[in-house]
Design a binder for this molecule. Structure first.
Ligand SMILES: [Zn+2]
Length: 279
């Protein structure tokens, strides 16, 4: 076991986490594109969006293939969205960060718990990445991912030995009810659509992993980041008609909630220590 523990602290192990993240990121691109269309995520294998040519294995290496092909399909030359390598880089970076914090040189605890934390939190972050981009594309958070995600992640998180299960169970209920109350308030009092219930299921999923104490931090960070991103977009739209129509456009909140949950995963303990004085 000591040999394993020694290896886990090396840069080689961190590099493995980066590689693993890139490969999963490549798969998430497929999931993000196909789940909203109700298509299978395993069949058929990746294809060019333009000419339908199957992507060969050596043209499907995360980030590298995009650079070698200069962002174009090998067969028809169609432009490949820069978002594909960006999702791969994002996933690899988050995998590295989770590895560094929970497994690598700075982490403490038995090897089994450290690896359990990596598995659980990387799975959690993966669900957030996939849901964040699907929400960005379609303004929907599919039940097909959120509902099983809540159940599976609630039980999987026992392997992380972090937030007590009671706090996580309360987190599921509190996350959903918080959004439900806001949605009902908008619907019955203000007579218009506010937050979607998809956001409530996403927040429940976050509570299932991080516990209820995380929820105020997640919502606060999401609101700050969401405002910081939306205001420049609104200001940049000089055209009044466009600005007016933009105001009626539903801004997806899921991606910002995902950012909030990731911030909490990495520095939540420090944030809570600032807000709640020790003692
Ligand atoms: Zn093509």
């Amino acid at each position: 076991m000591d040999a394993i523990a020694d290896f886990l602290s090396t840069p080689w192990a961190l590099a493995c986490a980066v590689g693993l993240g890139g490969i999963w990121g490549s798969f998430f691109n497929v999931v993000i594109a196909r789940v909203p269309r109700g298509e299978s995520i395993v069949r058929p294998p990746s294809r060019c969006m333009s000419c339908q040519a199957p992507v060969r294995a050596w043209d499907n290496i995360p980030v590298l293939s995009y650079l070698l092909l200069r962002g174009r399909c090998r067969r028809c030359g169609a432009h490949i969205s820069v978002r594909y390598p960006l999702v791969e880089i994002l996933t690899a970076a988050i995998a590295a960060g989770i590895y560094w914090k929970f497994v690598g040189a700075d982490a403490s605890g038995p090897v089994a718990i450290r690896l359990g934390r990596f598995a659980v939190y990387f799975t959690f972050a993966s669900v957030l990445i996939v849901l964040g981009f699907i929400d960005l594309d379609t303004k929907r958070l599919p039940d097909a991912i959120t509902l099983p995600g809540i159940v599976i992640l609630f039980f999987a998180t026992f392997a992380a030995h972090d937030a007590p299960w009671t706090e996580r169970l309360i987190g599921v209920a509190a996350g959903y009810l918080f959004v439900r109350l806001i949605a009902d308030f908008y619907y019955y009092v203000l007579k218009r659509e506010g937050m979607g219930l998809g956001d409530g299921k996403l927040l429940a999923l976050m509570g299932a992993v991080l516990g209820w104490k995380s929820l105020p931090v997640v919502v606060f960070v999401a609101s700050v980041v969401g405002t910081a991103v939306s205001i420049p977009i609104l200001l940049a739209t000089r055209d009044r008609a466009a600005a007016k129509s933009l105001r009626h456009v539903e801004v997806p909140f899921g991606p910002f909630l995902a950012v909030g949950a990731l911030v909490y995963l990495f520095v939540g303990d420090q944030i809570l220590a600032l807000v709640i004085p020790a003692g």
